[in-house]
Design a protein around this ligand. Structure first.
Ligand code: AMP
Ligand code: GLY
Length: 414
């Protein structure tokens, strides 16, 4: 079986690593991939950038399954294009991808089907948004509706900050067309959890919950990043919280998917906030999380290809996921300066015999590994306790060095 994975982050390396454990998998191509994937025995990176190039490659090379890592191409409709050509692809079609691609669409979906979420209003004119702010209670959260690589969400403490956000998003068009509509919503206080799940549109099967660390600085300070680490399971996801999540978020979501006749095999990632008033859905992502995937997949005992296959056959109800006991901790090492300006091209020295390392911004040149991105790689430690998992992740990271290496020392401190 030949698989094509689209993406080049640590998430895609983790997916490739997990899939490569299935003996039926003979080859894993990645577009564009990274040095971690090309170093897998079955891995090979291919230079494909557009959907048309990927389609042509999949046909020519008789690819049996394509898996899309990140959201942009899903929203563009890559799944519809592959399906039209009878190519198997794991991910939401263009309609279902709107659950991530448009916050206006997803909030309206939540409201229509009774999924518990923060109170909100949507606006397509800046004047109406500004008028609303003149009598709103603060803080509020102002969100560009479209995809903005995680940067389009602004927590505004007061009216001035909220007006500034609306102006940046809707007038200055800082996030281009992603800002032609905004959502302004109630600010929630609590603990966040990432619940990744598989779906075939008939069943939603959750994975163990995770917790990511989004800020560059320790104690959740400084700028937002793509994610500096993650742990699994999320300690705040207790049985009671989980039960509430199922009743107020998962079940109404599934009802909505069926009622809207969304028909796809893919991932739903519920980004939730656990508050004193209950569990709220902040957002849907329609793909796996990065770095959550690097923490979750190493705990998954079940074969990933079998699960994906059952989604594609609309037989997910036959699957029971098996998990390892214990905890995992994923710590990201980034290039000094990230998420702002940083330098690339530094040699990475590995002294790792055992242990999981997932590469992201790493290329191989003349037999050397060089940094090529902001988030360079992540290490994953497993353990019977969270403490042990953390210790193992940091121990592996201690044996990897490159110029400007930066990492947070408090991943998994909760
Ligand atoms: P989103 O893309 O909607 O998940 O928002 C990105 C991040 O902004 C979330 O992971 C939260 O940290 C924060 N956030 C979003 N919505 C809210 C809210 N209503 N209250 C508090 N924080 C929020
Ligand atoms: N870690 C959050 C995300 O992948 O969007």
């Amino acid at each position: 079986m030949k698989i094509l994975i689209i993406g080049n982050g640590g998430r895609e390396h983790a997916i490739a690593w997990k899939l490569s454990q299935n003996p039926k998998v003979e080859k894993i191509y990645a577009a564009l991939g990274n040095a971690g994937i090309s170093h897998l025995e079955k891995g090979e990176c291919v230079n494909l950038k557009t959907v048309d190039e990927m389609l042509e490659f999949a046909v020519k090379n008789a690819i049996d399954l394509t898996i899309v890592g990140s959201e942009e191409l899903l929203v563009e409709g890559i799944v519809d294009k592959f399906t039209e050509k009878n190519l198997k692809i794991f991910g939401p079609d263009k309609l279902a991808a709107q659950l991530e691609g448009s916050k206006v669409f997803s909030k309206n979906f939540m409201k229509k089907y009774g999924v518990r979420t923060a109170e909100y209003e949507t606006f397509s004119e800046s004047s109406a948004a500004l008028e609303y702010l003149s009598h709103a209670e603060f803080p509020v959260v102002v969100k560009a509706s479209g995809l903005a690589a995680g940067k389009g969400v602004i927590i505004a403490k007061n009216k001035e900050e909220a007006e500034k956000a609306v102006n940046e998003i809707m007038v200055e068009m800082k996030f281009e067309s992603a800002g032609s509509e905004v959502v302004i919503e109630e600010f929630l206080v609590g603990y966040e959890a990432s619940v990744l799940s598989f779906t075939d549109s008939e069943t939603i099967l959750t994975m163990i919950s995770a917790k990511d660390h989004k800020k560059i600085g320790e104690n959740e300070t400084g700028l937002n990043t793509g994610g500096m680490g993650a742990i699994c399971p999320n300690p705040y996801m207790t049985d009671t919280v989980e039960e509430e999540f199922r009743k107020n978020i998962l079940e109404p979501t599934l009802k909505g998917i069926k009622a809207e006749k969304m028909d796809f095999a893919g991932i739903i990632f519920f980004g939730v906030m656990i508050t004193k008033k209950g569990v709220y859905l902040l957002e849907y992502n329609m793909r796996l999380g990065d770095p959550e995937t690097q923490a979750v997949l190493p705990l998954l005992e079940s074969d990933l290809l079998d699960v994906i296959d059952s989604c594609l056959k609309r037989e997910l109800n036959k699957i029971r996921l098996e998990w390892k006991n214990g905890f995992s901790c994923c710590v990201v090492a980034s290039s000094g300066g990230y998420p702002e300006e940083y330098k690339k091209g530094y040699e990475i020295n590995f002294d790792v015999k055992d242990g999981l390392v997932f590469m992201a911004g790493v290329i191989e040149k003349d037999g050397k590994f060089l940094t090529s991105g902001g988030r360079v790689l992540s290490t994953v430690g497993l353990g019977d306790t969270l403490e042990e998992a953390r210790k193992n992740a940091y121990e592996i990271l201690g044996n990897i060095n490159f110029n400007g290496k930066y990492y947070r020392k408090d991943i998994g401190e909760i």
